[in-house]
Ligand binder design. Structure first.
Ligand SMILES: [Zn+2]
Length: 641
């Protein structure tokens, strides 16, 4: 094993203890040491992550033999006895990243011990030149870098680097960091200007290399990320049944107009392109990605924030091709969309990207784990037509589109992606600028921010959001000079108000600015949490003639277990002239059950005549909670009468 070469200590800008720490931008992120989430929706999920999700993932990675693949490299048996798919190493790295953030958040020393135990096994499998993979390049396996299209070797490095960044940023230059730096140096040697002129079939190393550059100051990593970005789109990967768009290798990033192909690949690539553009002051590249992402938000995104309409290639569909029952909406695509939105938010200061983060967190990321943290959704459809079978708690699901949350998948990218996102969640709560603090996500806790001149602003946030819409922000510490507090006001929150210094004013979207605050001042934001009807763009043919109900940031859904006996969910119609009524964290709608005769030979013909019509009340629950009460049918979009 080689020793890593001396390298610059730290990059040219102050590092924030967060997964993304850009060298420049309109807004600056805060670290997980700057923000504490104490109580409520996200605190509960962070506790679940620590207590159940992370241990569950670690246990399944052992049980499936994926972690032991590293041991098999060492004892020479990996060629014959390797377990798991070609990218399973990445799931161990994602778990290590989740653990790294969680150790920093919780201070759990036992978790640190478990983390070190896995790292030692990973490190032992690294080759002397820095190469590290359990699927290629070992005796009895295909040679390294012979299957760039499907081999995922560079993709796996990407997740290794992100885990190393988490350790560096949380104050540990440990064994995993050394492993990652040796691997990164090896990648730069192997794929540099004079090296292999290729890219990985699955983007991911691009944002990871930029972040490793930011964390270490090593310019080779940024240059290598840019090389990978510039090489993509030049058809170095083979044509496949889904076309090269699947890999985003059909058109260079700068020339593309849409996000297309495999959704997670497209979004990780976009995140990396924004990162490189920010570090290289390349406005054209950043703006190209932003145009593509905004078009995807406008035309290729589900109400939940989910992305990906195709099951067969896990891909974006055409504009407005958003079928609810065939929605793929992979949990990882939700995580990746948050990554892109967050980077664009920091670069541009456009708070509407924090709306995207909120929508996707509540309705994709929060939907994935079961209430006990021991099963997950991989896909997140907006309609379930057939009630599923109970899942076997001891079985690995061979299907991504499991109809109930599954304990583990043959492709288990999503559970550790949820785990790392929950562990780093505090970094998405607020940002800072030279003259102010922007509160973006509402959770009870504390925010400490440093302004451009180093002055400290300390805020205490009291709220039960999203159970109710009242957010009280107390200024605990503030500088003696002017500064601004900006409260994000979501696009859905018409009628929101802000109370400051005894005066109530309409809240301005997307961010309401309050100046002149001193220690002891309290600002109260009131967001309307009355359930509301939401209508789809008529060009989304698959949901034309339907409406959905949202309450605050939560998309609601109807589940068969909430309907009276004898009323199938597909008979439910609603009248959008009757407002939905609030009930708990959901709503109740007055509906009609319209039943038709069974089709005779063909479901097509003259207008069907209802066989029976009856009034029903239907309770709607937050989408993120569906399928927690056993098998059910479910729908978000409800036909109108
Ligand atoms: Zn996934």
């Amino acid at each position: 094993m080689t020793t890593s070469s001396p390298r610059p200590t730290g990059s040219r800008h102050r590092q924030v203890i967060a997964p993304v720490s850009p060298g420049s931008g309109t807004l600056r992120p805060l670290g997980i040491d700057d923000v504490r989430i104490d109580r409520g929706f996200w605190a509960d999920r962070q506790a679940l992550n620590h207590d159940a999700i992370v241990p569950h993932i670690a246990a399944w990675q052992e049980r499936t033999g994926w972690t032991a693949n590293f041991d098999r490299v060492v004892d020479g048996t990996v060629g014959k006895q390797r377990r798991g798919r070609e990218f399973s190493d990445s799931e161990i790295y994602k778990l290590l990243e989740a653990m790294a953030w969680e150790i920093a958040r919780s201070g759990d020393e036992a978790l640190e011990d478990r983390y070190r135990g896995i790292v030692a096994r990973v490190a032992a499998a690294q080759q002397s030149d820095g190469y590290l993979n359990t699927r290629f390049g070992n005796p009895g396996q295909p040679p390294r870098y012979t299957q760039l299209d499907w081999g995922h070797e560079l993709y796996c490095y990407g997740h290794l680097f992100q885990a190393a960044v988490a350790r560096l940023r949380t104050g540990h230059h440990d064994e995993l960091v050394d492993v990652a730096l040796r691997a990164a140096d090896h990648v730069c040697d192997a794929f540099g200007p004079d090296g292999i002129q290729g890219v990985c079939g699955h983007a991911e190393i691009e944002p990871a290399l930029v972040e490793l550059y930011r964390a270490t100051g090593e310019p080779r990593y940024l240059a290598q990320a840019r090389l990978f970005l510039d090489r993509r789109g030049h058809r170095t990967l083979p044509d496949i049944e889904f076309g090269r768009a699947y890999f985003q290798d059909d058109v260079p990033i700068l020339e593309a107009t849409d996000l297309r192909g495999h959704a997670v690949r497209a979004l990780y690539l976009s995140a990396g392109a924004v990162d490189a553009a920010v570090e290289q002051d390349d406005d054209a590249l950043a703006e190209a990605v932003e145009r593509q992402y905004v078009r995807a938000l406008e035309r290729r995104t589900y109400l939940t924030g989910g992305m990906g309409s195709h099951h067969q290639d896990e891909a974006f569909g055409d504009d407005y091709e958003l079928p609810p029952d065939r929605a793929y909406c992979e949990t990882c695509a939700g995580v990746a969309s948050i990554m892109v939105a967050w980077r664009l938010l920091l670069r541009t200061g456009d708070l509407r990207y924090a709306d995207v983060v909120e929508r996707t967190l509540y309705n994709v990321v929060a939907a994935s784990p079961r209430e006990d943290g021991k099963a997950f959704f991989y896909t997140n459809p907006l309609q379930q037509r057939v009630a599923a079978q109970e899942t076997d708690p001891d079985a690995v699901s061979p299907r991504a589109h499991a109809q109930l949350r599954a304990p583990w998948f043959e492709v288990s990218c999503c559970p550790p992606n949820v785990a790392r996102t929950l562990a780093q969640l505090a970094t998405y709560v607020a940002t800072t600028s030279d003259d102010g603090v922007q509160l973006l996500q509402y959770a009870a806790g504390e925010v400490v921010a440093r302004l451009g001149d180093g002055a400290t602003v300390r805020l205490a946030v009291a709220t039960r959001y999203p159970d109710d819409g009242v957010v009280a922000v107390t200024v605990v510490e503030a500088p003696d000079r002017p500064w601004d507090l900006t409260l994000r006001v979501p696009a859905w929150a018409s009628g929101a108000t802000v109370e400051a210094r005894g005066e109530v004013t309409p809240a301005q979207q997307p961010g309401h600015v309050v100046g002149g605050l001193t220690a002891g001042d309290v600002v109260v934001l009131r967001l309307p949490m009355t359930p509301r009807w939401t209508h789809p763009d008529p060009r989304i043919d698959a949901v034309r003639g339907t409406v959905a109900v949202e309450r605050g940031p939560l998309v609601l859904c109807a589940e068969s277990v909430d309907l009276p006996d004898g009323v199938p969910l597909d008979s439910l119609c609603v009248d959008p002239m009757l407002p939905p009524r609030a009930e708990g964290d959901g709503a109740v709608v007055e509906g009609t059950s319209v039943m038709f005769a069974e089709p005779a030979r063909s479901p097509y013909g003259p207008p069907p005549v209802p066989r029976s019509v009856r009034s029903v009340e239907c309770r709607l629950v937050p989408y993120h909670r569906w399928a927690n009460r056993g098998p059910s049918t479910m729908r978000v979009w409800l036909p109108t009468v």
